[in-house]
Design a protein around this ligand. Structure first.
Ligand SMILES: [Zn+2]
Length: 316
């Protein structure tokens, strides 16, 4: 039996997991990221988490074939260099080599959304599919694509970033500096922006009433208001689903994957949402229903990133 370790480097927590060759997650360990303490501190913690997992499983480092790290930001996977990661304030740091040196185990790095996609592909919602795109909807819109037995992420580029393809030309400003990106319409941040605008002009709406009670609007309570029949919230959610349909149709027309998996915070909405988005997507798929991808909700939650990072050596 051989093992790999996956590490999910998040803004809040670093989570490491021990995974077997069937991509079963055997054990997990986590520490607070504490980005302000810097690169040496964080890579030391990654080495300590690795030692913890090995110790608890009674394994020697020689029994672990690789460590995979999923990180936010842009990176050079060939050298293991993280070029930038905004929320960590890191620029051109040798993430892979540093962890490899501290653990004595071969270390690979990849984008965190790519790792989440790989996790769902090897052990989650798309485990039966030949190819897939993961679209995560949370604070932002992330993406990862697995096709032809590998992560689709061409050498020398940090694409794809499907959250930053144009959905509405000249539209809302995006966090990336452009206008009209998918992320500017299909993230929770965008939905909350629109719900606050709607609450401003419809003081009778449930959205406005929630706010009056001092509750900040968030993805969940906006969806809950829509499900309770509040016309203002329902209008927003209907539009959100319509745009998801446009966006996922374009994703399919670009990549022709056999499954699209929706992950991130929105995956908690479950099957009613999946069915409505599927119906909205179908008219936008070039080849129609025969070649339409299966639409699935992510199955692994936060474990997807750890499991996918552990699978990097196989699918990089
Ligand atoms: Zn953008």
């Amino acid at each position: 039996m051989s093992y790999t370790i996956g590490i999910d480097l998040g803004g809040t927590n670093i989570v490491a997991g021990l995974v077997d060759e069937k991509y079963r997650l055997l054990d997990k360990a986590a520490v607070k990221t504490q980005a302000e303490k810097g690169f040496e501190y964080i890579t030391d913690n990654m080495a300590k988490l690795t030692a913890t997992l090995l110790g608890r499983a009674g394994l020697q480092k020689e029994q672990v074939s690789s460590i995979g790290i999923g990180s936010p930001g842009a990176m050079n996977k060939a050298t293991g260099t993280l070029i930038f990661a905004g929320n960590l304030d890191w620029h051109n740091v040798p993430l892979g080599p540093a962890v490899e040196k501290k653990t004595g185990i071969r270390t690979l790095i990849a984008n965190d959304a790519d790792c989440a996609a790989l996790g769902e592909f090897v052990a989650g919602a798309a485990a039966e599919d030949e190819s897939m795109a993961l679209i995560t909807i949370g604070t932002g819109v992330g993406s990862g694509i697995v096709s032809g037995g590998h992560l689709f992420s061409p050498a020398g580029s940090c694409a794809p970033e499907l959250g930053h393809v144009t959905l509405i030309a000249g539209g809302e400003p995006c966090t990336c500096g452009r206008r009209g990106c998918a992320e500017a319409y299909l993230s929770f941040s965008a939905l909350i922006r629109d719900a606050n605008r709607a609450a401003d002009v419809t003081p009778d709406s449930m959205l406005a009433q929630l706010r009056e009670r001092g509750e900040a609007l968030n993805g969940k309570n906006i969806f809950d208001c829509a499900k309770s029949g509040d016309p203002a919230a329902k209008g927003l959610v209907d539009r959100f689903i319509e745009l998801m349909g446009e966006f996922l149709g374009s994703v399919e027309n670009a990549f022709g994957v056999r499954a699209i998996v929706i992950g991130g915070g929105i995956s908690k909405e479950g099957d009613w949402f999946r069915r409505r988005v599927y119906d909205a997507m179908l008219p936008n798929v070039f080849a129609g229903e025969t070649f339409a991808p299966a639409l699935r909700m992510a199955a692994l939650g936060n474990d997807a990133g750890v499991i996918g990072a552990a699978a990097l050596e196989q699918y990089q």
